[in-house]
Design a protein around this ligand. Structure first.
Ligand code: ZN
Length: 50
């Protein structure tokens, strides 16, 4: 089984949808966007959603 990579606030992980590991709120990023803190709980760890 593949472990999900954690992406942190301030990184530029590329285009896609990233979901908060705490409250599961998702944000959509474009290729040059930086990952913001979670808009709901301010958590800084996300996983990429496929
Ligand atoms: Zn959150």
């Amino acid at each position: 089984m593949k472990k999900e990579a954690i992406v942190k606030t301030g990184e530029k992980p590329g285009r896609g949808k990233y979901c908060c590991t705490n409250c599961h709120t998702c944000v959509s990023l474009d290729s040059e966007d930086k990952l913001p803190p979670c808009p709901k709980c301010t958590n800084s760890e996300f996983t990429k959603r496929n």
